[in-house]
Structure formats: structure tokens, C-alpha cells
Design a protein around this ligand. Structure first.
Ligand code: B1M
Length: 216
């Protein structure tokens, strides 16, 4: 895909233009372009730019929301292609996934879910703003081997730490692997809180999940 198409994707998100974002996503698929490249080189850079415009005070909440909606419109078109190639028979195990309580950001989490799914994991997506107790009970109920926690706010990152502590205090820390990620999350943070894995992006999350299940 040429640079101008990626730039157009990015611009559609910056403009908060849902129709343009969806149309560009459809065009990419109809031309046989790689859905993941469209997300990572086209749409995500647009959202990153929106984040900078917000930080510098040029964008306000309505623009942030419109950008998120445009990103979601593109993802709705691309998601089936992102998940394609999944082999029904293959299951690397279950991952209970969600964004931590107090945090409604779910675009990155959805992307991680789509790629985990595409790579043979069964994903139990609890959504966003999920309480710690809900993560643990869903993992127990579904027999998941991994609990995946997304956090986009420096405040909600603390929820990842609390979940690990809660597993310890219930005496079930060894039962689940904890995978963490999200824009403010780092490998150091993951190590500090005693998480088992960290993904800087969705692909890294898949690699980490595979490593945690001994598949890589
Ligand atoms: Co908000 N927001 N937002 N926002 N928002 C950020 C995160 C912020 C960095 C913007 C900024 O100031 N530059 C800032 C946080 C600052 C901080 O905590 N230090 C911020 C803020 C402040 C807020 C509000 C508080 C604003 C307000 O109301 N005053 C509010 C919070 C509400 C709440 O949650 N309680 C808020 C609201 C929103 C919207 C609703 C408008 C919208 C979210 C819509 C939605 O998700 N449904 C929104 C958006 C869009 C953003 C930015 C611009 C983009 C986030 C995004 O989707 N990125 C963001 C700025 C930024 O991140 N640069 C910002 C694209 C996505 C693909 O990347 O989510 O990082 P990301 O996911 C990546 C990796 O992190 C990783 O893989 C993904 C794919 O590569 N990953 C994992 C993610 N989860 C993972 C889990 C894993 C492994 C990897 O394992 C389980």
C-alpha cells in the first residue's frame, strides 16, 4: 500500500471522519492489502497524532471522541480480515481480556483481542471498565490460562498491580498467567508488579501469550 493511502487513513482519524475511515478500510481490503498494515501504518498513527493535538490543547474531548469513532468504523471493516486465517481446530488456550476498572479505552484492547483470536487463542472479552473481581471470576469460570489486562491511564495501571496482588491474596496466583499492556505500560512496570508477560503492541501481546503457553 502506498504512503498516500496510509496518510489518508491517518487523516480520516484526525478529522474524525467515520465514513472516510470505513471507505479507506474497504478500499484496502478490496485491493488485497494487508489489514494489519492498514491498522498499524495508517489508522493508529492518526490516533497518535490526535493524542498529541489533545496534549497541546488544540483538540478537545469532542474531537477525541470523533477520532475514536472513526478508528472504530475502520476496525469494524478490518476486524474479519484481521481474524481471518484462524484455524477452528486450533486452540492455544483461553484468554480473559479486558480494560481495567475506571478506564473506558478499548481500541487497543480490541486489536489485541482480534490478533489473539487470529492466532488461535479463544478470547473471552469482558469489555472495558472491568472490575478486578470480574476478571478473576471469569477466568475461574471459563478455565482461562491467561488474564489479559489493558490500561491506558496512569491511574488505571495500578489496577494491574492490584489484580496480581488479589490473585496472591486468594492463593491462586499460580493458576493464571497475567499479561499486561496499554500505552503507559512498560516492561519495567510489568516486572515491578510481578506480571508474567507484557506486550508493547498487539503483535507483541500475541508473542507473549504464546510464550506464556509454551507455544513459542
Ligand atoms: Co483518552 N487518553 N481519555 N480517550 N485517549 C489517552 C490515553 C491520553 C494518553 C491522551 C493524552 O493526554 N495524550 C490520556 C491519558 C493520560 C494519562 O493517563 N497519562 C487520555 C485521557 C486523559 C483521557 C480522559 C481522562 C479525558 C477526559 O475525559 N478528560 C478520558 C478517560 C476516560 C476513562 O477512561 N475513564 C479519555 C477518553 C477518551 C475517549 C473516550 C475520547 C477515547 C477512547 C475511545 C475508546 O477507546 N473507545 C480516547 C482516545 C481515543 C485516546 C487516545 C487519543 C488514543 C488511544 C488509542 O486508542 N490508541 C490516547 C492518546 C494515546 O494513546 N496516544 C488517549 C490506539 C490504540 C491501538 O493503541 O490503546 O495504546 P493503545 O493499544 C496498543 C498498545 O498499547 C497495546 O497494543 C495496542 C495495539 O498496538 N496494548 C496492549 C493495549 N492493550 C494491551 C493489552 C495487552 C498487551 C498490549 O495485554 C493484555
Amino acid at each position: 500500500m502506498d504512503l498516500t493511502r496510509f496518510q489518508a487513513m491517518s487523516q480520516a482519524v484526525i478529522d474524525g471522519d467515520r465514513e472516510a475511515a470505513a471507505a479507506l478500510a474497504r478500499e484496502a481490503l478490496s485491493r488485497g492489502f494487508d489489514a494489519q498494515a492498514a491498522v498499524e501504518n495508517g489508522f493508529i498513527p492518526g490516533l497518535q497524532k490526535v493524542g498529541s493535538l489533545w496534549e497541546s490543547g488544540e483538540y478537545f474531548l469532542p474531537e477525541l471522541l470523533a477520532a475514536a469513532e472513526a478508528m472504530k468504523a475502520a476496525m469494524a471493516v478490518l476486524r474479519p480480515a484481521l481474524e481471518a486465517g484462524r484455524e477452528a481446530a486450533l486452540s492455544l488456550g483461553k484468554v480473559v481480556l479486558g480494560t481495567i476498572e475506571g478506564d473506558i479505552h478499548d481500541i487497543g484492547k480490541n486489536l489485541v483481542g482480534a490478533l489473539l483470536s487470529a492466532n488461535g487463542f479463544e478470547v473471552v472479552d469482558l469489555g472495558a471498565d472491568v472490575k478486578i473481581d470480574r476478571f478473576i471470576s471469569a477466568a475461574e469460570e471459563t478455565g482461562a490460562s491467561i488474564i489479559g489486562l489493558s490500561a491506558l491511564l496512569t491511574t488505571t495501571m495500578l489496577g494491574q498491580k492490584r489484580l496480581v496482588e488479589e490473585l496472591h491474596s486468594r492463593g491462586i496466583r499460580g493458576k493464571f498467567k497475567v499479561l499486561v499492556g496499554g500505552a503507559p505500560v512498560t516492561q519495567k512496570w510489568a516486572d515491578d508488579i510481578g506480571a508474567d508477560g507484557y506486550g508493547e503492541n498487539a503483535l507483541a501481546a500475541v508473542r507473549a501469550a504464546k510464550a506464556l503457553t509454551g507455544r513459542e
